[in-house]
Design a protein around this ligand. Structure first.
Ligand SMILES: Cc1cc2nc3c(=O)[nH]c(=O)nc-3n(C[C@H](O)[C@H](O)[C@H](O)COP(=O)(O)O)c2cc1C
Length: 351
């Protein structure tokens, strides 16, 4: 039942552990998944180039199996002074509530993509994936020359066609259920919320690249369903968040363990880009402003100190607790065991 993608990336199970920026995808998690026969993925979008290289080196020390590295395709933003000041004004009362100094404009809003991209070429993982945007032809050529396979994230048909036209190797179809940020870069995120299976089917039918299903996949039978809809592999994020190897805080893990069905929602308020996470007080407080806050990565940088302070105070009210719609089906298992369990469940779904 191995797909062409599985053979290419030496996967025993058609399973990719989603890159998850913000600490979850530690080198140990990535290596454990690859070692167990899935494809581990380092999230490097928030890492300075040197950290990208050092984390990739740690993964290599732990496993000789293929793994991937993920980046956000982004440009340095140039927000207006008024937009920044307005956002700081909205955040000020929350800072006061946590006993923090007034919010400030940070020195920079994100890591420089061009330098991260150079580090990625140097790290030379088997696979690289991208979200939030699309590469240019020269960047794709450089990845091909380095023999790094390219996965482009698509949340709608137009984005899938754009990656296919560019010459990527696979498309990650990110359905509505997915935890974390929406990858949308053509059209509005609100209009790109097809359920995973239907998006996978449409992309698999209408463009030539292999499709990877992402969003709401928590059990082996979900993998089987996605494969029946035309996927060649599945990318699971939320399912790995509670693994002991995942680097998120104990508080985030315990909130995930308590989550009920329907406990997530999309918000733009934390980062300026739509993302799915556990509903909390910050989302409610900012609900009427979320469409007005500056776009990613600016708002993400502005809320950084608030989120860091909330993490320190173990206060989930102000944390971005990213999680997918099917979070309630999550399990707390070591990563290798989770991969093996998903593999067994996937096979059982065909019996
Ligand atoms: C905590 C978290 C962080 C994420 N960070 C990234 C990221 O850095 N890059 C990326 O391409 N996708 C990221 N995603 C989205 C995943 O790639 C994937 O689309 C999603 O996890 C699939 O849905 P699921 O969480 O229901 O499995 C993240 C998801 C979560 C839950």
């Amino acid at each position: 039942m191995a797909s062409a993608l599985c053979r290419r990336w030496q996967l025993h199970t058609p399973l990719i552990q989603a890159p998850m920026a913000g600490g979850a995808t530690t080198p140990t998690l990535v290596a454990s998944v690859s070692q167990a026969g899935g494809l581990g993925f380092l999230a490097a979008a928030l890492l300075p180039p040197e950290r990208l290289l050092s984390e990739a080196a740690v993964v290599r020390r732990l496993t000789d199996k293929p793994f991937g590295i993920n980046l956000f395709v982004q440009e340095d933003p140039a927000p207006s002074r008024e937009a920044l000041e307005q956002a700081l004004e909205w955040l000020a009362p929350l800072h006061r509530e946590l006993g923090l100094p007034a919010p400030q404009i940070p020195e920079r809003f994100c890591e420089p993509f061009a330098r991260q991209f150079e580090a990625l070429l140097e790290a030379k993982p088997a696979v690289a994936s991208f979200t939030f945007g699309i590469l240019n032809r020269n960047q794709l050529k450089l990845l091909k020359q380095a023999k790094i396979d390219v996965i482009g994230t698509a949340t709608n048909m137009a984005e899938g066609l754009a990656w296919a036209e560019l010459g990527a190797d696979a498309i990650c179809a990110q359905g509505r259920e997915a935890g974390g940020h929406r990858g949308t870069f053509i059209g509005r995120p609100q209009d790109s919320l097809r359920p995973t299976l239907s998006l996978v089917y449409e992309l698999a039918q209408n463009q030539p690249l292999p499709v990877i299903a992402a969003g709401g996949i928590m059990h082996g039978r979900d993998i089987a369903a996605a494969m029946r809809h035309g996927a060649q592999a599945c990318q699971l994020g939320t399912a790995f968040l509670r693994c002991p190897e995942s680097g998120i805080s104990a508080l985030w893990k315990s909130e995930l363990a308590k989550a009920a069905p329907g406990g997530t929602r999309l918000t733009r308020a934390f980062s300026g880009r739509h993302a799915r996470g556990l509903s909390n007080r910050y989302m409610e407080l900012m609900a009427d402003k979320e469409d007005l806050v500056p776009a990613y990565p600016v708002m993400n940088a502005l809320t950084g100190p608030l989120r860091a302070a909330a993490a320190k105070a173990e206060l989930s009210d102000f944390l971005s607790l990213w999680a997918g719609e099917n979070v309630a089906a999550g399990r707390e298992l070591p990563a290798g065991q989770l991969v093996a369990t998903l593999h067994e469940e996937w096979l059982a779904a065909y019996r």
